[in-house]
Design a protein around this ligand. Structure first.
Ligand code: MG
Length: 306
């Protein structure tokens, strides 16, 4: 077995993936404070907004306003999620320093989520990657529903590999494998990472997990064990679908940092600051967040910087 990595980079996705699934719309000023708290905690890649149809995702209607109020920092990447060329043009104009595009392995989900076929989304991604390169912007792409689809069920690993191969033609700086609906288990992570890496040696991989069925942190461990050194997480584990009461959000950033820190893996993130932000989020959202450390606190007490 290869040794565990010494460091893991966390991409904070709470301000986008977390908030876009909340039943209420967080005011712009609170979003800016949320992102500021994430930066103060040491997070350096933050998914700050999605540039999608505001009629479909009203929680992200103020994407441009959020970006306009963020400080420009050379050491922080503001990631904008885009699903088509129009979204990319908006993200670029708004001042994002990195764009992420999503392509869904399941054609049914792709059509429901972004209104076009998977093939059309791949074509859009290839165009976006070219435009990003011309503009000097970092561009990465997520292979969504890689671990299962709510409409098509199990997704064959060969299909995940095929979609990853096709999006890799644009030479993204990173490809993410996403358990969009939180159905994955660790053995799947091990297999899918190995198969994608075999098909695309040398391509940097990131993983995106949801904790819907309580397997999120176990999946994160499996990814790290497989050598993946970049993981998405959301402070407080916020998110989930307002129409599915049992659904939860991404893996909680503070729970992930706690696990990694206790294993001797550095993230450069201040755990106590994350917990404080999780508690602040509870006040803003008017409800408890799913994260465990927000309730239980850290251990031992003095562990501040991971
Ligand atoms: Mg997600």
């Amino acid at each position: 077995m290869t040794p565990l990595p010494a460091t893991v980079e966390i991409v904070e996705v709470g301000p986008r993936d977390g908030l876009q699934n909340e039943p209420t719309v967080m005011p712009t000023a609170a979003k800016v404070e949320f992102i500021g708290r994430a930066m103060a905690a040491g997070l350096r890649r933050i998914e700050v907004a999605s540039f999608v149809n505001p009629k479909r995702v009203p929680q992200m209607a103020d994407a441009e306003a959020v970006l306009a109020q963020l400080p420009r920092r050379a050491d922080v990447q503001y990631v904008g999620l885009v699903l088509n060329r129009k979204g990319f043009d908006r993200a670029l104009a708004a001042g994002c320093t990195e764009v992420g595009m999503a392509v869904v392995t399941s054609d049914t989900f792709n059509r429901r989520n972004q209104g076009v076929s998977t093939d059309e989304s791949i074509a859009a991604w290839l165009d976006i990657a070219r435009a990003a390169r011309a503009a000097g912007l970092r561009a990465q792409v997520t292979v969504s529903t890689a671990f299962g689809c709510p409409f098509e069920g199990e997704i064959p690993v060969a299909r995940v590999v095929e979609v990853a191969r096709r999006v890799a033609e644009a030479e993204p700086f990173e490809i993410a494998l996403a358990d969009t609906i939180g159905v994955g288990v660790p053995s799947q992570v091990t297999e899918i990472v190995a198969r994608v890496r075999e098909a695309l040696p040398g391509v940097a991989l990131r993983c995106h997990f949801h904790n819907t069925r309580n397997t999120g942190l176990a999946n994160a461990y499996a990814a790290v064990e497989a050598g993946v050194t970049v993981l998405d997480a959301s402070i407080g584990g916020i998110g989930g679908c307002p129409f599915a009461p049992a659904a939860t959000g991404n893996i909680p950033t503070e729970d992930l940092v706690y696990m990694l820190a206790r294993m001797g893996i550095r993230t450069g993130v201040d755990l106590e600051a994350l917990i404080a932000t999780g508690r602040w989020l509870e006040g803003e959202l008017g409800r408890a967040v799913p994260g465990a450390l927000v309730k239980a606190g850290s251990f031992p007490k003095a562990r501040a910087i991971a």
